[in-house]
Ligand binder design. Structure first.
Ligand SMILES: [Zn+2]
Length: 354
């Protein structure tokens, strides 16, 4: 999917930064896989329930193959220095000192490009293996295949692949350049987000944007514009980012099943609120511990969602002014870079975080 002309594309999204070659062609090359597993340079990432061991909240902790616990194993890829990475779905080893078990949601934005990609890939595969253990046709326990990237039913030979559920997240603006923010009924006090929802079967992503906004707020949107995507394996989504415009003269009518409230907020203050959380905050902002020291004064609104998506979308002007959109987005990035540890860490040499 290509961003529509006139829309500034979202790049450098927290979970879309992987750098390791997935070496798809090697997944059925058992000799190569066996040799890689015996190579002491090979690194193994153990993941369990969406968590992995992370050092100082910024570096994945790998183990050598001979130290890896028993569990479902999957090939993650091969780096440019010929280091091969595997994932294993198994209970994590002990955490001590600066090492702790951390979720992708908490730490995804803080890791290097390489580590963010490896953890996202590993969590996505582990989540799938954990919940899809039997053949959907006859209930027979399946066995991993293609280096953990599919499973096979030993009874009927059917092959099964990981499932990815497309989800849409959209910044809706009105002619006064206000953005539509909403609070989920299950969320506390001031926490709000731009709207999001799942794509239904037989529906395009753009149709899902229009439907979700209308269902949740009663607002009819036009000019739906694709911006970019990032994997969101919590547990198995691909998040597609959009802009959409709401013609003037509409009244918000909240669907109180999902939302407690929805309102128009001027985009600049909303972006400032998001920017206060856009740096070291986790990819989704919902844990107060991560806000300490980051938010000196409580903002008028608490913005949730994939922070880089939200922040960069908020920095993009409405309408179709392509060149100015890119300038403003770039300015937004420079501004956020000043307070973004994760951006600095992205540029670290990859081998430092092994
Ligand atoms: Zn079967």
């Amino acid at each position: 999917m290509t961003p529509a002309s006139g829309c500034a594309p979202l790049d450098h999204l927290a979970l879309a930064r992987g750098t390791v070659d997935r070496v798809t062609k090697r997944r059925r090359d058992q000799d190569w896989i066996d040799a890689a597993w015996k190579d002491p340079r090979t690194r193994v990432l153990v993941v369990h329930d969406g968590h992995a061991l992370v050092r100082s909240d910024e570096e994945l902790v790998f183990v050598a193959p001979q130290e890896a616990p028993a569990g479902i194993r999957f090939l993650l890829g091969e780096d440019t220095d010929s280091t091969v990475y595997f994932g294993v779905s198994a209970p994590l080893g002990p955490a001590a000192g600066s090492i702790r078990a951390t979720s992708l949601r908490e730490v995804g934005a803080l890791l290097s490009d390489r580590d963010a990609g490896l953890l996202t890939h590993a969590v996505a595969l582990a989540n799938w293996h954990d919940t899809h253990v039997c053949c959907p046709l006859d209930g027979t326990p399946t066995v991993p295949d293609a280096a953990g990237h599919s499973t096979m039913c030993p009874k009927d030979g059917s092959e099964h692949f990981p499932r990815t559920d497309p989800a849409v997240i959209m910044l809706v603006t009105d002619p006064e350049d206000r953005c539509l923010l909403a609070r989920n009924a299950a969320w506390p006090g001031r926490r709000v987000s731009i709207l999001a929802g799942f794509v239904e079967p037989g529906e395009s992503a753009e149709q899902a944007v229009i439907r979700e906004v209308a269902e949740e707020t009663g607002i009819v949107v036009t000019n739906v514009c694709y911006l970019g995507s990032q994997p969101w394996p919590m547990p198995r989504s691909l998040m597609l980012g959009f802009r959409a415009e709401a013609p003037a003269g509409q009244v918000i009518a909240v669907d109180h099943e999902e939302l407690a409230e929805a309102r128009w907020e001027p985009r600049r203050p909303a972006r400032r609120a998001a920017g206060r959380r856009a740096g070291p905050a986790p990819v989704g902002v919902d844990r107060p511990a991560h806000h300490r020291g980051l938010v000196r004064r409580p903002p008028a609104v608490h913005l949730d969602a994939t922070t880089p998506v939200l922040n960069m979308a908020l920095a993009t002007p409405s309408g179709v002014a392509s060149s100015s959109a890119r300038r403003v987005t770039a300015a937004g990035r420079r501004g956020s870079r000043r307070c973004c540890r994760w951006r600095r860490r992205r540029s670290r040499p990859a081998d430092r975080s092994r």
